[in-house]
Design a protein around this ligand. Structure first.
Ligand SMILES: NC(=O)c1ccc[n+]([C@@H]2O[C@H](COP(=O)([O-])OP(=O)(O)OC[C@H]3O[C@@H](n4cnc5c(N)ncnc54)[C@H](OP(=O)(O)O)[C@@H]3O)[C@@H](O)[C@H]2O)c1
Length: 339
C-alpha cells in the first residue's frame, strides 16, 4: 500500500509509450523518491525548507540544488522568495526540473487580492508559475500591504471565509499560475468545510508532522481524500524558534531513532525523514549548513516496516508550532497536541 504511493522515475521510453494526462510533467534525471499528487504531478519526497536565516538562503538554496534537491518550499511571509530565485539562477538548474512551492499570506485572503499576491510571489521567484500554491493559514489578517497589521500590539484579523479565498486560488490553476493548490495548518473541520465548497480538491496539506506529532488518524483521513501531506518541521524541536521545544530532549537524538539508524548507517535525523517518506509524505527539512543540507537528502532511504512501526510508537502528541495567541485565531482545534 505504502510503496504504491512512491514512484521511481519513468524511463524516457516508458514516458514516450505512456498515455500522459495533459498536465503530466516529470523531473528529468531525478533518481530519488517522488510521490504522486492528485493532479498527476510528482513531488520529490525530500524538499528544502527556507523559513528563517533569510540572508543565508541564497547560498543554502544553491547548495541544496547542487546536492540534488529538486523541491523547494518558500512562502511570501518568509521573505525568502528573492533569495530562492537567486539560488536557483546560480545553480543553473532549469526551472522545469524544480518543484517550487510558495504560500499565500494571511493579509491577502480577500478573493480580490489572491491573484495579485500570487503575481508578487511569481515576480520575486522569477518564474511564471509555481508547482504548488498553499493557503498558509485558514485565518485572515486585515487586507493591505502590511504582513502583520497591528493595533495596540495586537494583530488585526479579518472575517474572510477561507472557502472564498479558495475559489480565488482555483482560478490560479485555470490560468496556469499554479499547477496545484493546497492548504497549510488546517484542522479536519476546516478542511471538510473547504472540501464541501471546493471545485478542486487540495493537492497537498502542509502541516507540522514528525515522530513526536504523528497524527496517524488525521493522516489516514487525508489518504482517504487523496490529499498529499507535506511534513513541516520534520525534526520537531530542532528549530530553535520553538520555545516549547527547549524543555524537551531533541527529537533527532531520541534513542529509538538513533538505534534504528545504526542498522542502516544513518543518523536519527535521517531516520525521522525516512519515516515520513515511508508513510507516503514529503518532508521539507531546513538547513543553512552545507554538511547538513547534504546529509538530510540522504534521509531518502527505505525503512523496513518493523522500523516504521517502532518510530510510530514514539509519538508524544507534542506540537511545537501554534501561533494561535499572536495570530488571533484558534488553530488546530480537535487535533493531537492542541493545548
Ligand atoms: N506551513 C507552515 O506554517 C510552516 C511552518 C514551519 C515550517 N515550514 C516549512 O518547513 C521547513 C522546515 O521546518 P523548520 O524549519 O521549522 O524545522 P526543521 O527543518 O525541522 O529544523 C530546522 C532546524 O534544524 C537544524 N538542522 C537541520 N538539519 C539538521 C541535522 N541534520 N542535524 C541537526 N540539526 C539540523 C537547522 O539548523 P541549521 O539551519 O543551522 O543547519 C534548523 O535549526 C521550513 O523551513 C519551512 O519551509 C512551514
Amino acid at each position: 500500500m505504502l510503496s504504491a504511493l512512491c514512484r521511481t522515475r519513468p524511463t524516457s521510453s516508458s514516458l514516450r509509450n505512456a498515455v500522459k494526462p495533459a498536465r503530466y510533467r516529470y523531473l528529468s534525471n531525478y533518481s530519488r523518491t517522488t510521490l504522486s499528487l492528485n493532479n498527476n504531478e510528482e513531488i520529490p519526497a525530500i524538499g528544502f525548507g527556507t523559513w528563517q536565516d533569510k540572508d543565508a538562503q541564497e547560498d543554502a538554496v544553491y547548495e541544496a540544488l547542487k546536492a540534488g534537491y529538486r523541491h523547494i518550499d518558500t512562502a511570501r511571509v518568509y521573505g525568502t522568495e528573492p533569495a530562492v530565485a537567486k539560488g536557483i539562477k546560480r545553480a543553473g538548474v532549469p526551472r522545469d526540473e524544480i518543484f517550487l512551492t510558495t504560500k499565500l499570506w494571511n493579509n491577502s485572503h480577500h478573493p480580490d487580492d489572491v491573484e495579485k499576491a500570487c503575481d508578487a510571489s511569481l515576480k520575486d521567484l522569477h518564474t511564471d508559475y509555481v508547482d504548488l500554491f498553499l493557503m498558509h493559514w485558514p485565518s485572515a489578517f486585515q487586507r493591505g500591504d502590511s504582513l502583520r497589521p497591528k493595533h495596540g500590539g495586537k494583530i488585526l484579523t479579518d472575517n474572510i471565509d477561507f472557502a472564498e479565498t479558495w475559489k480565488a486560488m482555483e482560478a490560479l490553476v485555470k490560468s496556469g499560475k499554479a499547477k496545484a493548490i493546497g492548504v497549510s495548518n488546517f484542522n479536519k473541520t476546516e478542511l471538510e468545510r473547504l472540501l464541501d465548497n471546493a471545485d478542486i480538491t487540495p493537492a497537498a496539506h502542509q502541516f507540522e508532522c514528525h515522530p513526536y506529532l504523528a497524527q496517524q488518524d488525521f493522516a489516514t483521513w487525508h489518504k482517504s481524500k487523496g490529499i498529499h501531506i507535506t511534513q513541516y518541521s520534520p525534526f520537531g524541536n530542532a528549530n530553535p524558534v520553538y520555545e516549547k521545544g527547549e524543555s524537551v530532549p531533541k527529537l533527532i537524538d531520541d534513542t529509538v531513532l538513533t538505534d534504528i539508524g545504526k542498522k542502516y548507517g544513518k543518523s536519527g535525523s535521517q531516520v525521522a525523514l525516512a519515516w515520513g517518506i515511508a508513510h507516503g509524505r514529503s518532508v521539507i527539512p531546513k538547513s543553512k549548513t552545507p554538511s547538513r543540507i547534504k546529509a538530510n537528502l540522504e534521509g531518502d532511504f527505505k525503512l523496513e516496516s518493523e522500523d516504521v512501526a517502532r518510530v510510530d510508537a514514539i509519538d508524544k502528541k507534542l506540537r511545537f508550532n501554534d501561533p494561535s495567541g499572536s495570530f488571533g485565531y484558534e488553530y488546530y482545534v480537535g487535533l493531537d497536541g492542541k493545548e
